[in-house]
Write a protein that binds this ligand. Sequence first.
Ligand SMILES: N[C@@H](CCC(=O)N[C@@H](CS)C(=O)NCC(=O)O)C(=O)O
Length: 208
Amino acid sequence: MTRYKLYGRPNSGSLAVQVALEEIGAPYAQILVSKDPADVAAYRRVNPTGRVPALELPDGTLIFESAAILIHLALVHPDAGLAPAPATTAHARFLQWMVFLSANVYESVLRMYYADRYSARGEADAEAIREQATTAYLAQLELVSQGLAPYVLGAQYSIADVYLYMLAAWYPGGKALLYERLPALGVHAEVLSRRAALVKAERDHPSE
Ligand SMILES: N[C@@H](CCC(=O)N[C@@H](CS)C(=O)NCC(=O)O)C(=O)O
């Protein structure tokens, strides 16, 4: 099998992509992009967004946007069981949650962690933006958690579960507190934590 190249950073969206690659059993190389401005500037020549994750496909094409990467990997490696069969109703629900997690939950996370970027007044408005983003993030996670049984798609595991697990783990108050507020997410995390691919990716996620 040909090799993927995963651009990432510890505690970033590259975790979910690494889990997908582990589940697939595909060989991949990890390239660490530090937050050092020189490193980010060099990375922008590969990925103009400057964001992680990004995945270089075996044919050399670079793909960014975590949800697009995960959906693509699920389609290219159907035997890995990362998503329901394409063009089914179950797959439509998979797409719905992947886009919801990416466009809403991930976006709320970015507003919480990079609040100063969301106002022309920068840091002056950051606290209010952070507060509003946290409220939105909790409401969005509550909405997803209401349907967990035990997975996002019911009885069928998919990479949407890993995506949710990763985004929930970024709650600024810490995972334990979030699982107290939304117990269904705690149960979901417990189920996921038994998967070897997740255990390995979390262990392997190298520190800067
Ligand atoms: N929509 C993008 C968001 C990626 C993103 O913002 N990643 C964060 C890390 S989790 C990042 O690179 N932040 C650095 C920055 O914005 O300067 C995706 O889903 O891949």
